[in-house]
Design a binder for this molecule. Structure first.
Ligand code: KIV
Length: 276
């Protein structure tokens, strides 16, 4: 069973941490089979599973349904629930209450974005209450409107130092790891080398302690947009489409269902039908 200690042990042993997203039961089952180190039920599901344009519309109650499904499919995996937009920003009791809902739904930890005095207090309160927290710095999608779009972060020495300062504060507050999103590889390396806790990169180069990507991106199932940092390992969209087209053709030509996929009536009963 993987835990927060697995993450630290892997970093300390210079072994890469492998993470992916899952939103549903059957994907979670495959991820569990692959024995990766952690599964994130990311708020990216707002776009990938629900078709929203960004992550703003997903609510805590919707997230809980997906966390429950993933935890049923990956009973022995380390599952992290992503706290959605404004589900932890109002006050500490709102943040703690929603974080605890994620744990009760089956997550082993939560992820939240950014770093300021309020976030640091929330991280401390969660950790003190037994809720491990994964931080998220660099490009933070929930702050996209204030950042002004999908912008690469940490492009100057000054901004890299600021991200490192935030990462150190999150480490001190008790985060077990921190996601670094959209950073030049050298910036992410500098931050990783100066932290005790692991960094999990997404679009942040090869030198982070581990990597996370959206499963539907690397399997080619989600095709609305493909960020530069995504490598497609399969093309599920094409595979699924060709299967569906073959099914359609066979239904039209009365090749499906064949006798193999059908149930037969006994001769006796058939005769009765002809007599009627
Ligand atoms: O929502 C998400 O999927 C994320 C990424 C880090 C993968 O936050």
């Amino acid at each position: 069973m993987k835990t927060v200690s697995t993450f630290q042990r892997l970093k300390d042993n210079n072994e890469k941490i492998v993470m992916l997203t899952a939103y549903d039961y059957s994907t979670a089952k495959v991820l569990e089979e692959s024995e990766i180190d952690g599964i994130l039920v990311g708020d990216s599901l707002a776009m990938v599973a629900l078709g929203y344009e960004n992550t703003y519309n997903i609510t805590i109650d919707e997230m809980l349904i997906f966390i429950q499904a993933v935890s049923r499919g990956a009973k022995n995996s380390f599952i992290i629930g992503d706290m959605p937009f404004m589900s932890y920003n109002l006050n500490l009791s709102q943040g703690l209450e929603n974080a605890s809902k994620m744990i009760k739904a089956g997550a082993n930890a939560i992820k939240l974005e950014g770093c300021n005095d309020y976030i640091l207090s929330l991280v401390k309160r969660c950790v003190e209450s037994g809720i491990p927290v994964l931080g998220h710095l660099g490009f933070t999608p929930q702050l996209m409107n204030t950042i002004g779009g999908h912008k690469i972060q940490g492009k100057t020495a000054e901004s890299i130092e600021l991200i490192l300062e935030s990462a150190k504060k999150l480490e001190e507050a008790g985060c077990f790891a921190v996601v670094l999103e959209l950073l030049p590889a050298e910036s992410a390396k500098y931050i990783t080398d100066n932290l005790k806790i692991p960094t999990i990169g997404i679009g942040a180069g090869v030198n982070c302690s581990g990597q996370i990507v959206v499963t539907d991106d690397i399997t080619g199932k989600f095709t609305d947009f493909t960020p530069k940092f995504v490598k497609k390992y399969t093309n599920l969209h094409d595979i699924v489409l060709s299967g569906i087209q073959e099914y359609k053709n066979e239904v039209k030509r009365e090749l499906f269902p064949s006798p193999e996929e059908s149930f037969e009536l006994s001769e006796n009963e058939k005769e009765k039908l002809t007599q009627a």
